[in-house]
Design a protein. Structure first.
Length: 418
């Protein structure tokens, strides 16, 4: 495992261009398995999670060109198995997105327990129920094994929760099913809309993308498609918090203003001097004030993926803030270790934390237990006095490309230690 050594206490300034949305890249890559025709994706983020998914589909028979670049050409003329590599599956929660394409192309799918952040607490029950509604049946085997003895059939069904990957799993299967489908209580996030757009380019008829009810009319045969991914607004927000917590000035480009305003709204309530127009997020030095409550929500609510970062930012705000992430348990637990950095935190329960500030943070060794809290701890270390080490660095590199190079370009003093 590698560590990131950080010498904190420096205001970071400069420009950062974000790559394509990580949460769009994974379902779009999975969608390429629905057709035997070539597909091309551009502005793909060069991150570890994408690399793992590419390894998975290559092992299933896909041909991938352009690895290591932002443009991928993918063709899966034949799918030579229904059991993705269990070791790779154990590294990536997004591997669940292979279930629908495998059922469509092979008639069966045998998936080990997906890994990623908090695998034991983030179930895929909603995903499996959607596939069952579309004609898949469970197999009495370890892991998540299903077959579709009569093929996937279009259906009208209600999702138990508005799960993003659950909605994407349902979309991937419904686009290759026989007959129309209607998904109710669907997730509305921009990356769900982007998958709908890609499936439309492949020939599916889709109505209601971006709403809670999506209707799908599959074509006789899905074809190849070309698509450029929209910029990652979560990554953009992360760099905005890095600027704010170090009292620096950073301009972030590449993400759409309409997505950025969801992130900027609570930051402005904290008196952060920021703007998000012309597809740019600009953050300037500010005197931060606490707000009574910051609560995550389903889109267009404040994203749970940024709750760790905004919690760290609240340690530098004057006053007391309650941060409430009602969606995920355990995401806030990783931030308890900031108490040893002199942060004033009180963890009420798995979903709520009270932050009192401002605090002069002190560097220390930190454990990046999941992707988003790992980036939040890096932000804390950048603001802290003295030296910190964040380990393992690979956890954060799952979602942030060229992390060390970008930090250095902004003036951070950081080194990778193996």
């Amino acid at each position: 495992m590698a560590s990131l050594r950080i010498e904190g206490g420096r205001a970071l300034s400069g420009r950062v261009a974000v790559e394509g949305n990580k949460n769009s890249a994974l379902p779009l890559i999975a969608a390429c398995l629905l057709t035997d025709q070539p597909c091309e994706l551009s502005n793909v983020p060069r991150i570890r999670d994408v690399d793992v998914l590419l390894d998975l589909i290559v092992n299933l028979g896909a041909r991938v060109e352009g690895r290591g670049t932002g443009t991928l050409r993918i063709q899966c003329a034949e799918v030579n198995g229904d059991r993705p590599d269990p070791v790779l599956v154990g590294r990536l929660r997004g591997s669940v997105l292979l279930l629908g394409p495998l059922l469509a192309r092979r008639g069966s799918a045998r998936l080990a327990q997906p890994g990623g952040d908090f695998p034991a607490r983030r179930t895929i029950v909603t995903h499996l129920e959607a596939l069952t509604a579309l004609g898949a049946r469970p197999l009495d085997e370890p892991g998540h094994a299903m077959h579709a003895p009569d093929g996937l059939k279009g259906a009208s069904f209600y999702l138990d929760e508005a799960s993003v990957t659950g909605t994407e799993t349902a979309l991937l299967a419904a686009a290759a099913a026989e007959g129309p489908s209607e998904i109710r209580h669907a997730a509305m996030e921009p990356h769900v809309v982007e998958l709908c757009e890609f499936l439309q380019d492949m020939g599916a008829g889709i109505d209601g993308a971006g709403s809670s009810t999506i209707r799908i009319q599959p074509p006789p045969r899905l074809g190849g498609a070309t698509h450029r991914l929209a910029g990652d607004y979560i990554e953009a927000g992360s760099w905005g918090v890095v600027a704010a917590i170090t009292n620096g000035e950073i301009e972030v480009t590449g993400a759409r203003s309409i997505d950025l305003e969801v992130i900027a709204a609570p930051l402005k309530r904290m008196n952060l001097d920021c703007s998000c127009d012309d597809d740019r997020l600009v953050v300037r030095p500010s005197s931060l004030h606490a707000v009574r409550r910051i609560t995550t929500g389903l889109w267009p609510g404040f994203p749970s993926d940024l709750v760790s970062l905004v919690t760290v930012l609240a340690t530098q705000a004057d006053g007391r803030t309650l941060v409430h992430d009602w969606l995920y348990e355990l995401r806030l637990f990783a931030l308890e270790q900031m108490s040893a950095m002199r942060a004033d935190l009180f963890l009420c329960d798995p979903h709520r934390i009270i932050v009192s500030g401002p605090s002069r943070l002190r560097g220390r060794a930190l454990d990046s237990r999941d992707l988003r809290s790992g980036m939040a701890l890096i932000a804390a270390a950048l603001a802290a006095e003295g030296e910190s080490r964040v380990t393992p660095l690979e956890t954060v590199e799952r979602g942030y490309a060229s992390l060390i190079e970008r930090l250095r370009s902004l003036g951070a003093q950081v080194d990778r230690e193996n």
